[in-house]
Design a protein around this ligand. Sequence first.
Ligand SMILES: Nc1ncnc2c1ncn2[C@@H]1O[C@H](COP(=O)(O)OP(=O)(O)O)[C@@H](O)[C@H]1O
Ligand SMILES: O=P(O)(O)OC[C@H]1O[C@](O)(COP(=O)(O)O)[C@@H](O)[C@@H]1O
Length: 310
Amino acid sequence: MIYTVTLNPALDYVVHIDSFNEGSVIKSTNSYTSAGGKGINVSRVLKTLGSPSKALGFVGGFTGKAIVDAMAKEQIEADFEQLEGETRINVKLKSGQETEINGVSPDITDANFTNFQKKLEQINENDTVVLAGSVPATLPETVYATLTKLIHNRGAHVFLDTSGAGLREGLKAAPDFIKPNHQELGELYDTSVDSISDAVRLAKRIQTDFGVTHILISMAGDGALYVSGKKVIHAHAPKGTVINSVGAGDSFTAGFIHQFKKHDTVEDALKLAISTGSATAFSAGLCDRETVEALVPTIELQGLNEEGIS
Ligand SMILES: Nc1ncnc2c1ncn2[C@@H]1O[C@H](COP(=O)(O)OP(=O)(O)O)[C@@H](O)[C@H]1O
Ligand SMILES: O=P(O)(O)OC[C@H]1O[C@](O)(COP(=O)(O)O)[C@@H](O)[C@@H]1O
């Protein structure tokens, strides 16, 4: 079974405008809401690809109810801990450029967290648990390390997709898979990633410093890297018109796990990951299966040496 954990879900409010002028009244040309937050998006895309999953995390208020209703409508199993406050609204402004205003997370009490941890007792050996998204303000930065240890004790694998302090602390518990994007990777070592070889060098440092087995680095239009042991693979992203890249990273994660859980090669998993991420980037909302399947045969992989050179 695949579980997704979203500690900090969001109702995404996607607003299209012709141009953004600060201080003026702007009429949107199109807008919609979407149940979001990283683990929730992963569950939604897994469903599209044909993998069942169960979504765990915290929701509250009318925004939380909108998420619960959306999951039920899409027939995705979910078991969220209910909070007193309201799940945040994240505004995604599309004006040619993409601007994001992410809301404030509701409070999570000690009792809420204890109830949530009880839900993790259903996890069994060989399950995969995706821990994804930012750490809410009322939880400690070490929360992903705590959860990773707990999940490892139950014999399951952990896929961690987060950034900043949550990633830095989470790495200390050696999750099995991580997927920072190239900016998040740079932030981890207080540097910038300006080339594929920069990304490979830092991925190798993560191997040495934290002992993570499968390191995926997504790089938007530059595709993605997979680093494990001595293996280094660069997957090229297909060319296309980007309509909405919100959820592209989560779609990439879903594509990788869907294929990897079938015991296919990492090469096949990487091809599906790129196809799924790019299919979402080329779509108005999250991807559909036809768009993903059409991209798979177009994806090119390139083996690199440990310096990131072909
Ligand atoms: N401009 C783009 N062109 C083609 N594919 C893209 C583009 N942006 C994102 N993608 C696809 O989505 C995946 C994840 O994108 P990325 O922006 O790196 O993730 P995140 O949303 O986590 O920052 C990429 O590996 C790629 O497959
Ligand atoms: O938890 P975070 O890091 O604030 O991110 C939440 C946002 O990320 C998303 O999950 C999209 O993530 P990606 O674009 O990285 O796939 C949105 O649905 C949500 O608004």
